[in-house]
Design a protein. Structure first.
Length: 364
């Protein structure tokens, strides 16, 4: 069975969306509805070569997610196809309402579709308001029937609480199981907190009825600053699909471009000390092992559900791959190498911090 070698968080700078969810901070930007598509500097073929198995050292888990609805991104199916042909496993984030593009993707070779998983964002209130609930459900079944994987994830927002019984009944009928829960987060706060007016006790009491292992794990790591040595930057990268700008994670110490000079090897270097207040996307980064030996929770297990008919949301190939961890395919650093990297981090952060303070003083 295939094992994961690296994580690629593929961001797509396209914020066009056909929904406007109350809990989505992106939709509240003034530039959100300017209908601007990304301007790609590189072709799908070039991107696939830049992220080849040879260059990455093995098979990658690639998460493709736009700022808006990913299926509305121009040529996104072509880039996805090229990366699948390279042998990688793709998790594609979508609200699953753009059926023509989805159908094109599901017409691909069955062997490719086995490596393709859709993270189906179940925006119940928007789907209901726009009369798209049945379209969403039909597309979930299209994915399963085509031989790909689909997992359903809902955001536990305060405004959804009166509709919980409806959500549960619809989900059991259409998906054979309850949706997994993510966490609505407030990115406007310094420490990226829960987006809810409820107490944490009431929040847990209300939403625990979904018995989502995905949500339990996210909740267990939410707000916990990671102080262990993190291999993001070596075992994982965040990449802008439009131009190849890359770095260790969502915040970067040493940005570079991964699509230029693709005949040269990539200089992988672990970030060491995390720059975020907590690993809010640790459901993938931590369960796949960016911090090795931190948890026994596996990504495939918390994405999957067993349906009432005995089937599963994830196909066997995807489930097995998602349940592998980075440490199985990568060598951990020696303690001396970790200490050197951490010392370099401290020096770099001190210099950058001083430069920023001087800049603000001069600007005043």
């Amino acid at each position: 069975m295939d094992k994961i070698k690296r994580i690629i968080l593929m961001s797509v700078p396209m914020s066009i969306c056909n929904f406007r969810c109350s809990y989505c901070y992106l939709t509240h930007r003034k530039e959100y509805y300017q209908n601007k598509q990304p301007q790609y500097r590189y072709s799908p073929e070039h991107v696939a070569k830049a992220l080849s198995k040879e260059r990455l050292g093995g098979i990658a888990y690639i998460n493709i997610c736009a700022d808006g609805e990913t299926l509305l991104t121009r040529d996104i199916d072509k880039y996805t196809y090229a990366l699948l042909k390279e042998g990688h496993y793709i998790e594609f984030v979508t609200n699953l309402t753009i059926t023509p593009v989805l159908k094109r993707m599901l017409s691909w070779d069955k062997e490719l579709l086995k490596h393709l998983s859709f993270k189906c964002s179940f925006h119940y209130l928007q789907l209901k308001q726009k009369n798209l609930l049945n379209i969403f459900a039909e597309n979930v079944h299209r994915i399963w029937d085509a031989g790909s994987s689909a997992n359903i994830e809902i955001t536990p927002s305060d405004d959804l609480i009166p509709y919980i019984d409806e959500v549960k009944a619809f989900s059991m009928k259409q998906f054979g199981a309850l949706p997994h829960l993510t966490i609505a987060r407030n990115d406007k706060t310094k420490n990226i907190e829960f987006l809810t007016n409820l107490s944490i006790e009431d929040y847990h009491k209300i939403w625990s009825q979904f018995d989502s292992s995905f949500w339990y794990f996210k909740k267990s790591i939410f707000g916990c600053q990671r102080k262990e040595f993190c291999y993001a930057g070596d075992w994982a990268l965040q990449v802008d699909l439009s131009n190849g700008n890359a770095g260790e994670c969502y915040r970067k110490r040493h940005p570079f471009n991964i699509f230029k000079n693709i005949d040269k090897p990539i200089s992988f270097k672990a970030i060491g000390r995390c720059l975020e207040p907590h690993c809010y996307n640790g459901h993938a980064l931590l369960s796949l092992g960016c911090i090795p030996h931190l948890t026994d929770v596996r990504y495939g297990d918390i994405r999957n559900r067993v349906r009432a008919d005995g089937g599963e949301w994830l196909q066997p190939e995807v489930k097995s791959f998602f349940n592998s961890t980075l440490v199985e395919s990568n060598e951990e650093y020696s303690e001396s190498k970790k200490k050197i990297i951490l010392a370099e981090d401290c020096l770099y952060d001190a210099v950058v911090g001083s430069a920023k303070r001087i800049y603000h003083l001069v600007k005043k």
